[in-house]
Design a protein around this ligand. Structure first.
Ligand code: HSE
Length: 313
């Protein structure tokens, strides 16, 4: 049975986990984007309103990540009705927290709820990827954890290539987001086109150590492996203000490691308890406060749940 409206929460995500460039990601408990969809008599997708983006996102449904994902879900069922979307952007744009993926996933899940849940999360994946691709290409390291939750290994864009891994029991994260935009395309343009074989072996070893540590519930080994990135972080470090100072401050406060979240500029401290995560968040924030760089800091656990319907009727 169709619903006339649905509201969906889709969580922030952290791609890469340091060494796992483009193949690892995780979902956070908070914050996240909310998308409300309302059934229209006319076919197609309209974007009625976007709150929280300072007018920066396109309202053109053919170009907006949520609009594209919504249209893809409608196409799957060939319905002759349409949807009107309202986006509540809680995630900062171009910040390394999976903002575009969250809007795409939330819109796909909301349209599925309007249509009476004909599709599984796995079946919604291509539509969410279409939405993400509208702004940053076909890759699932944010969309995967956003849709399915947890820590995910993303070795392709098919749902069979997205594997959920265990969430280490003690894992707590602290994030700090300085108020500068680092568009993913720009952060990718600074990466090397080729890497020496020796670096490839080191990076592969670190990814293997990380996955082993996740399965062994060993947060300390996980943090060490995450911070061993010898390829991506060195190329991007200059785009992340005060990365070295933030790392030192977070570790003094008890963090085990600091990595770039996704393509940055959000920095993420890996911690083994909530008090350490809270202290690391405060310490990272004070580095930017002292430098008079506006920022937002948060602490969160990994969420085992991905996007979810808050209301549908
Ligand atoms: N893995 C991507 C990157 C993040 O680091 O460029 C956005 O998906």
């Amino acid at each position: 049975m169709m619903n006339t409206s649905a509201e969906v929460f889709a969580p922030a995500t952290m791609a890469n986990l340091g060494v796992g460039f483009d193949i690892l990601g995780l979902a956070l408990e908070e914050p996240g984007d909310i998308v409300r969809a309302e059934l229209m008599d006319a076919p197609g997708v309209e974007i009625a309103h976007i709150e929280g983006d300072d007018g920066k996102l396109t309202r053109d449904p053919a170009k907006n990540t949520a609009g594209v994902a919504a249209a893809s879900v409608l196409r799957l069922l060939s319905v002759d009705r349409g949807v009107r979307l309202t986006l509540f952007k809680r995630l900062p744009l171009a910040s390394g927290l999976g903002s575009s993926a969250a809007s795409a996933v939330a819109a796909a899940v909301a349209v599925n709820a309007i249509l009476g849940y004909p599709f599984s999360a796995e079946q919604l994946l291509p539509a969410a990827l279409d939405g993400e691709a509208a702004v940053s290409g076909y890759h699932a390291d944010n969309v995967g954890p956003c849709l399915f939750g947890g820590i995910t290994l993303v070795s392709g864009i098919e749902s069979t290539r997205i594997r959920r891994m265990p969430i280490p029991t003690a894992l707590h994260l602290a994030m700090v987001t300085p108020d500068i935009a680092v568009p993913t395309a720009m952060a990718r343009s600074v990466l090397p086109a080729t890497v020496p074989l020796r670096d490839m072996v080191r990076q592969t070893a670190a990814v293997a150590r990380l996955i082993d540590a996740i399965y062994r519930d060993d947060v300390e080994a996980m943090a060490q492996a995450m911070e061993s990135d010898g390829i991506i972080e060195p190329a991007r470090a200059h785009l992340m203000p005060m990365l070295a100072e933030v790392r030192v401050a977070a570790k003094r406060a008890g963090a085990l490691a600091v990595v770039i979240s996704g393509a940055g500029p959000t920095l993420c401290a890996i911690c083994d308890s909530e008090p350490h995560a809270r202290a690391a968040a405060a310490a990272m924030q004070s580095v930017y406060d002292n430098a008079q760089i506006p920022c937002v800091s948060r602490s969160s656990r990994v969420s085992s749940r991905g996007a979810r319907v808050l209301a549908a009727n």
